[in-house]
Design a protein around this ligand. Structure first.
Ligand code: KG4
Ligand code: ZN
Length: 332
């Protein structure tokens, strides 16, 4: 069984082929055009998806040594994401499925981030908790089966990836700043500066307050010493990263305590953060958790995760029809 999967929710155009649950190819074209604007420009993202989608799909089929005639289904990200960007992948998938006379599979992007854990070994056992952290979302998901997921905690305002990126912008680092904060933090002291952690009830998160306190802190320091940022960049990045990771892990600990689940995974772009990966590994050893951290290539947006999610849906005969649209919100 061969499925072609397409991801176009934000600024990565990606296609992958999966055969009987094994990823055969995963091609990702990252849109570099947004760097000069300091963030993703939706209209430019849609146009870049249109330019990339055909060569990316062609390469995914070639790399997998699969022809269009060998395909049994086409999967695509229906949401959440940028509407214009989603429409490119959705329209492409629909027309290809119609032309080939094969079924369509719609995929929820956030569920796919979680299911990236089923691409390689070791795989988490059900039920497990997944902290899904990306540019648009911050969620704690209770996963009872491949397609049985429940969000038990989420951000009430900004996503943690956004907090990384917006803070990086204040530090005059280019977009996306998350990986650069990670890079500079490696040489810095995480205790150099401290920030108050937000008080948010239950398992929900909030990042807007901490983002503002980073901003006031930097403004005050720069008023006193205009070279403050350039002189202290590693320490600033390490302290900010330490604070954001602490906020995430505090809630993850609470979620594990409340549910009694000790199978713990992370997913999404921010799961590539080395501070988070290290702190979670250490916490897991202390609390006797089984910790699952995805390979770097499956943390940020990619179609391999869409393909593995589609594999599970194909096994359930869970197909959609040609009227499906990213205009309607997709259930989790
Ligand atoms: O999952 P993803 O590729 O796209 C969304 O679905 O949003 O996540 C992108 C986010 C961006 O905010 C980016 O800065 C962040 O993931 N990110 C990181 C790192 N790598 C990517 N944040 C911190 N440290 C990293 N190493
Ligand atoms: Zn994502």
């Amino acid at each position: 069984m061969n499925i072609l999967a397409i991801e176009s929710s934000c600024d990565e155009t990606s296609a992958a082929v999966i055969t009987n649950g094994e990823i055969r190819s995963n091609v990702v074209a990252t849109q570099l055009i947004h760097t000069q604007y300091g963030g993703v420009v939706p209209e430019l993202a849609s146009r870049a998806h249109q330019q990339h989608i055909l060569p990316v799909v062609d390469k995914a089929l070639n790399d997998a040594k699969v022809t269009k005639k060998d395909l049994d289904a086409i999967a695509f990200t229906r949401g959440p994401g940028l509407l214009g960007a989603l429409l490119v992948g959705t329209s492409f998938a629909k027309s290809m499925a119609l032309g080939l006379g094969i079924p369509l599979i719609e995929i929820n992007h956030m569920q796919a981030h979680v299911l990236a854990h089923f691409i390689d070994n070791p795989k988490p056992a059900f039920p497990f908790l997944c902290l899904t952290v990306s540019g648009g979302h911050t969620q704690i998901v209770k996963v009872s089966g491949p397609l049985q997921m429940e969000i038990i905690g989420e951000t009430r305002d900004d996503a943690v990836g956004e907090a990384f990126d917006k803070t990086a912008k204040l530090l005059e680092l280019p977009y996306p700043g998350g990986p650069l904060i990670d890079k500079y933090a490696a040489a810095g002291n995480p205790d150099a500066y401290s920030f108050p952690l937000p008080e948010m009830p239950g398992l929900d998160f909030s990042f807007s307050g901490i983002k503002t306190s980073f901003m006031y802190f930097l403004q005050k320091q720069v008023r006193e010493n205009p070279a403050f940022i350039s002189e202290n960049l590693p320490d600033i990045c390490a302290s900010i990263q330490f604070t954001l990771v602490n906020i995430l892990l505090k809630k993850l600990k609470k979620a594990s305590r409340e549910t009694g689940i000790r199978e713990i995974a992370i997913a999404g772009g921010v799961s590539a953060n080395s501070g988070l990966r290290k702190a979670l590994t250490e916490l897991g050893q202390t609390l006797n958790w089984n910790v699952y951290i995805p390979a770097f290539e499956y943390c940020t947006d990619n179609a391999a995760m869409i393909a593995i999610a589609a594999h599970f849906k194909f096994l359930e005969n869970d197909f959609c029809d040609q009227t499906v649209s990213p205009l309607a919100r997709m259930d989790f």
